[in-house]
Design a protein around this ligand. Structure first.
Ligand code: MCN
Length: 786
């Protein structure tokens, strides 16, 4: 008789809540972070940063630094310029000074670097460098940047006559105008999504090791996208690609902060080439907070045109984004404002128009990536704040307004107002589940009662679908490199396997979940599969991990590689079973003869035969590489509902409950998905409630340490009530959609909508994030928007 079928969950396949295998080494202190890497003869680099936001550099005197014993190199922009390294291209087709020469353009900008025998000497020596600055007027917001008398920040760029990075528009302008003319109600909001910082616990750093004898450059680097960095380094340092090895070891978080190529990486590489020794640069916390990739900082003037019954006819969005001094984050080249135009993808909106302007200011570069990449977080925040204001202006309950306007199940595939194609979802079901779980109707009664007694209760909803998984090479590229991803699967003769991908985990648990995809496809126990990422010499080319693209793209490549292996194993099984391939059937982990199910071979037996008993004419071995170019993005959906109570005496607000319903298609590992949602909601809560990074009138960054820029601990973090709806992706090989960013993207609006809802009867329509108690108190005591 045939053996009983394998239990996929026990095997660690799809749907198994496997504990993260990588945690074993992390909690034992055995993680291998770049700072743990010690190379013989390693030197240490420290960077001198500008104390000013905007100033002309009159002179740089490095003589005193050279005099300090143990100093090996002192580098300035001028020295770099002689090697054609004064400026470097960014991942967004802009340029960025590697070390400032003519002037500094933000506080914290890299001005000089010292390489010394130990990090303490290097630190002392940078303070011995004397720089004479002539202050220029700082420019700390778009209003100042666009003023007629604004100083030109990027006077280095030929033809740049103002502080505008781009002016871009998308959508049907004429149709939108017509719809606005015909509307019964027009709702308008002006919002600011403030700057925020990804703040991984491990800041950035690099160890560059150039070996002149072989011409090989090896760089241990905190990067989420090793292959993109390799391409960028080849371009910037004019080194041959095959002689560059980027190794991204364990990362202590990334959250988008480790996508850009930072100037200090380039300086460390040059220093290693010059010193012919390994050179290590470790960024400190303040350096990370004041100089590396920020998120957000976008202003919106948004309008919704509606019929009397609340049906949306059109939306207009006018955004101004502050990119700091250099447009430096990774960005799909086709879309200047990232994927801001994914706004309203979940809603049935016939017409929409987006006018997006980006400006330079004298602030650290950034604005594109922080869970989510490509401005999707801002898009969804604006959308959900506009929807809430529109519901109120139309005099319609916010849940009913959403039910009326959300795309219905039968309407897929659905063309979004700005031209994306969404393919699947059960938006109504997810919203209804969230409302039921929070007892929406019951809360409204309680809220009305509470108001009579002066208590301020509020309920906020956020419903959104977002584009995850950039891919689809027709639309997406970075620096011209098309966005696809890859997997390489090597199955050994014992049925154990090694899997490598072009993705790079930063804490998302890829080592655990990728093995589960292989377990699902091949029936090998997940514990038998080792996963490696992050080494460009061994991993196949991939575009890295951000934009929640790993499951949609690399995850698909893994399934396809496993299917190639299975196809070959089937031929081997037919040979072993002495039947033709057409007569071979598959069940998890086993091939068998169709007419005789008891006659079969396990996948492990087929693996062994691939090395010991192959059929004639078949190559030995069992390995496959797959490159996957997805036909579309994946479109997960989230319905978040939050209830709050505000203390009228202080403006302090507490989350009473937060219900999250996420639909990310098939869940590979439900435990990890929940962890992603909990982490994402915690970041959303942090942005909504406490994180404040701003710039004073002189352009000084306020919030440059963790005393000022707060990270929530478990103590402050509300409890999350998580639920799911599952609508498989129609084009992903295992039906999965991305999830890594959903909660950070959709969460903030739920908090703000709840606080504004609590104050709406006082005439308050908006409270900007972070909703600090003094802001909320001002809103509630004066009945004004803040
Ligand atoms: N997953 C799953 N089932 C699904 C979807 C995902 O089991 N249907 C699992 C995946 O296999 C993976 C994890 O959930 O283990 C996240 O998958 P995915 O949504 O594909 O996102 P990425 O792996 O591409 O991660 C990127 C995303 C982003 S863009 C940021 S920023 C982010 C995030 O994930 N940064 C993180 N989560 C983070 N989590 C940690 N701990 N640290 C970061 O820096």
């Amino acid at each position: 008789t045939a053996p009983p079928p394998l239990d996929e969950i026990k095997l660690g396949g799809l749907g198994a809540s496997r504990r993260r295998v990588e945690d074993n080494r992390f909690i034992r202190g055995k993680g291998n972070y770049f700072d743990d890497v010690v190379l013989p003869g390693m030197l240490h680099m420290e960077v001198l940063r500008s104390p000013m936001a905007h100033a002309r550099i009159k002179s740089i005197d490095t003589s005193k630094a050279w005099e300090i014993p143990g100093v090996r190199l002192v580098l300035t922009g001028e020295a770099l310029a002689t090697r054609n390294l004064g400026w470097m291209p960014t991942l967004s087709y802009d340029t960025q000074a590697v070390l400032a020469t003519d002037k500094v353009r933000f506080q914290g900008q890299e001005v000089a670097a010292v390489v010394a025998d130990d990090p303490y000497i290097a630190k002392d020596a940078v303070t011995a460098i004397q720089v004479e600055y002539e202050p220029l007027p700082p420019v700390v917001n778009p209003e100042q940047a666009l003023a007629a008398d604004a100083p030109l920040i990027r006077d280095d760029k030929l033809g740049q006559e103002d502080n505008v990075v781009f002016d871009w528009e998308v959508g049907d302008k004429a149709g939108t105008e017509r719809a606005f003319d015909e509307a019964d109600v027009v709702s308008r909001v002006k919002l600011h999504y403030p700057r925020s910082h990804p703040s991984p616990l491990e800041a950035c750093g690099a160890i560059a090791d150039f070996d002149r004898s072989t011409g090989k450059l090896t760089v241990y680097l905190t990067t989420q996208a090793p292959h993109i960095v390799r391409a960028a380094v080849a371009l910037i340092a004019e080194l041959p690609e095959h002689q560059i090895r980027i190794i991204s070891p364990d990362l202590g978080g990334g959250f988008g902060n480790k996508v850009p190529v930072y100037p200090s990486y380039v300086v460390a590489i040059l220093a290693s080439i010059l010193a012919e020794r390994p050179v290590k640069w470790v960024e400190d916390r303040t350096g990370n907070l004041i100089s590396t990739g920020f998120g957000r900082d976008v202003y919106l003037d948004g309008q919704v045109a509606m019929r009397k019954d609340g049906k949306i006819l059109a939306v207009k969005m006018n955004t101004t984004s502050d990119h700091g001094a250099f447009f430096a984050d990774a960005q799909p080249s086709k879309f200047k404002i990232g994927l801001m135009h994914s706004a309203f993808a979940a809603y049935d909106v016939p017409y929409a128009h987006l006018a997006a302007r980006g400006v330079y200011t004298t602030k650290a570069p950034g604005g594109v990536a922080y869970r989510c990449s490509f401005r999707v977080t801002e898009a969804m925040f604006f959308q959900e704040r506009m929807v809430q204001a529109a519901a109120e202006d139309a005099g319609i309950d916010q849940a009913a307004f959403r039910r009326l306007n959300l795309v219905k199940d039968d309407d897929f595939p659905h063309r979004t107002p700005y031209g994306f194609l969404t393919d699947s979802g059960q938006y109504g079901k997810a919203l209804d589940l969230a409302l039921k779980e929070i007892d929406y109707e019951g809360f409204l009664v309680e809220q009305a009662e509470a108001r009579k007694r002066g208590r301020l209760l509020g309920i906020g909803i956020s419903t959104m679908t977002e584009p995850l998984g950039a891919g689809n090479s027709r639309e997406y590229d970075i620096l011209g490199i098309k966005m696809f991803d890859s997997a390489e699967l090597r199955v050994h003769m014992t049925g154990k396997a090694l899997l490598r991908t072009g993705a790079k985990t930063q804490g998302q648990g890829h080592e655990t979940t990728w093995a589960q995809i292989v377990a699902h496809e091949l029936g090998l126990p997940a514990d038998d599969i080792v996963v490696e990422e992050g080494d460009t010499d061994t991993a196949p080319f991939g575009m890295g991990t951000y934009a929640s693209r790993s499951t949609p793209v690399a995850g698909a490549a893994i399934a396809m590689a496993a299917r190639k292996v299975k196809a070959k194993a089937r031929k081997i099984a037919a040979h072993l079973l002495e039947v033709s391939e057409e007569d071979v059937e598959w069940e998890l982990g086993r091939f068998y003869v169709r007419s005789q199910p008891s006659r079969g071979v396990t996948i492990q037996e087929a693996c062994l035969a691939a090395y010991s008993n192959m059929p004639d004419g078949l190559e030995p071995g069992l390995e496959a590489v797959s490159y996957y170019d997805p036909p579309n993005l994946t479109w997960p959906f989230a319905a978040y509902v939050c209830t709050v109570e505000i203390d009228p005496e202080t403006g302090v607000w507490d989350v009473l409950r937060f219900v999250a319903v996420d639909d990310c298609g098939v869940r590979i590992n439900p435990l990890i998905v929940e962890g992603q949602i909990q982490g994402g909601l915690t970041e959303a809560y942090a942005m909504a409630s406490m994180q404040f990074i701003t710039f004073d009138a002189d352009g000084n960054c306020v919030g440059s340490n963790f005393m000022d820029y707060l990270l929530p601990t478990a103590w402050e973090t509300p409890g999350w009530e998580l639920h799911e709806v599952v609508t498989p992706s129609p084009h992903h090989p295992i039906g999965a959609k991305g999830v890594g960013e959903c909660a950070t993207v959709g969460g903030p609006a739920a908090f703000v909508n709840a606080v504004v809802n609590a104050l709406s009867h006082l005439g308050v329509r908006n409270v900007d994030m972070p909703m600090l108690p003094d802001r909320v108190y001002e809103a509630l005591s004066k009945g004004v928007d803040v």
